[in-house]
Design a protein around this ligand. Structure first.
Ligand code: NZQ
Ligand code: ZN
Length: 386
């Protein structure tokens, strides 16, 4: 096991009726900006619960943060934060609203002239404006990590930002919020969380038995609850397991002391930036090609995954590894998620070269757990996923 240094300061309030406890989590006298998305919270009762819980505070709201939080929209919120002397941010939404709020937490205290630099140059945020979250869509793990992904439509760019100042102070995880989530987003949430775990697990073994089993148990739980959630998102038991699995998939714990990959995400972000494909679906497009292309260096872990998560006990290591890849694709399809780029766009020709060139231009030339994945490999992987 590799050395590690783990600190996660986010308080989690998990369960039914936890939104009532909001006021106890925010410093008295705070002037709060509530941030939300396209309006789902106004029709499913979450908005009422939040505003009722914050009756004693001065509250302003900013809605309209779109999926793949858009820089231009966030800049409007930033000017409100400044003109209204906001002291506390509250994100109420899915990963996009949470990530947008993280960007604002960073930008509000940023001393440079152009907040886009935080994103473009990935400037780490040591101290951000304090914020909390009410999560309405399990998927990203953003509720308990310090990362965010920000999009700029104007230039078709999408980049990750982060830093120790971007952990939420608290996150409220009430599994009953799941019942209003559309099927497409439920499927996305399951697939995204699944790939978060894979990116921290399908690498090479460093003898971190516990981390391996953390990863496998999250994958098994997601496989177990997926059909139940898709059929009936109001099933509380399944919803609770789904929600906590998503959080645990990317709150830093399972990735400690082990090599990590993240190439699927890096490539997937480009597909969202170029074609607007949902984040989770971009991952489903790239996963099979990535693991097939890198079979040699990943086959031991892939075979372990196939055996422990999918119960594949027959065959050589390579055969089991390949069967594990196939099971993953089948799992995405069972969620109603297509796994080829051509399922989403007819305009895919040249995408492999375009993404590969972008990576070269940014100096992203040594990716993956072994730092051996080059832009040429990226082009091959994208082409295999056409
Ligand atoms: O905007 P509203 O009206 O709220 O509707 C949203 C949105 O249309 C809807 N929704 C959310 N909760 C709902 C609901 N509808 C009904 N009932 C509810 N309870 O779902 C739609 C999608 O929301 P979004 O926040 O975009 O989804 P998700 O949570 O999947 O977030 C995706 C974003 O997170 C980034 C992605 O790149 C993408 O931009 N990621 C963030 C990560 C992180 N911070 O650690 C890691 C991930 O790998 C990922 O890259
Ligand atoms: Zn993701």
């Amino acid at each position: 096991m590799n050395n590690f240094n783990l600190h996660n300061p986010t308080r989690i309030l998990f369960g039914e009726n936890q939104i009532e406890k909001l006021a106890s989590q925010i410093p008295e006298g705070s002037k709060i900006l509530i941030l939300y998305g396209g309006g789902s919270i106004k029709t499913n009762g979450i908005y009422e619960q939040v505003t009722e819980a914050l009756e004693t505070f001065k509250v302003i709201e900013f809605g309209g943060i779109p999926p793949n939080p858009e820089y231009a929209v966030l800049m409007e919120a930033l000017s409100i934060i400044k003109s209204e002397n906001i002291t506390y941010l509250l994100a109420v939404g899915g990963g996009s609203v949470l990530d947008g709020t993280k960007f604002l937490a960073a930008a509000a205290l940023y001393e440079g002239d152009t907040p886009w630099d935080i994103v473009k140059n990935n400037i780490p945020t040591k101290k951000g404006m304090p914020f909390g979250t009410v999560l309405t869509l399990p998927a990203t793990g953003s509720e308990m990590n310090s990362g965010a992904v920000i999009t700029r439509a104007e230039t078709k760019e999408k980049y990750a930002i982060g830093g120790p100042g971007l952990f939420p102070q608290f996150s409220i995880l009430d599994p009953t919020v799941i019942k209003s989530i559309p099927q497409r987003q439920l499927a996305n949430g399951i697939a995204d969380a699944f790939v978060h775990v894979l990116e921290q697990y399908i690498t090479y073994s460093v003898g971190a038995n516990l981390q391996d089993r953390f990863a496998e148990s999250i994958l098994q739980t997601l496989v177990e609850v997926a059909p139940i959630i898709i059929k009936d998102p109001s099933d509380y038991k399944a919803a609770a397991n789904f929600m906590w699995s998503c959080t645990m998939g990317l709150n830093g714990l399972i990735g400690q002391g082990v090599p990590q990959d993240w190439a699927i995400h890096m490539i997937g972000h480009e597909l969202t930036a170029l074609f607007g494909i949902d984040h989770a679906r971009t991952l489903a497009i790239i996963t099979e090609s990535h693991y097939t292309h890198n079979l040699e260096s990943k086959k031991e872990k892939l075979a372990q995954y196939a055996t422990r998560v999918w119960d594949i006990t027959e065959g050589t290591m390579e055969e089991r590894a390949k069967a594990g890849i196939q099971k993953t694709t089948d799992f995405f399809k069972s969620l109603g998620i297509d796994t080829k780029l051509s399922d989403y766009t007819d305009d895919f020709k040249g995408t492999a070269e375009e993404i590969s060139t972008r990576f070269t231009d940014r100096g992203w030339v040594k990716m993956g757990e072994n730092a051996t994945l080059t832009p040429t490999d990226v082009a091959t992987i994208v082409e295999m996923s056409y």
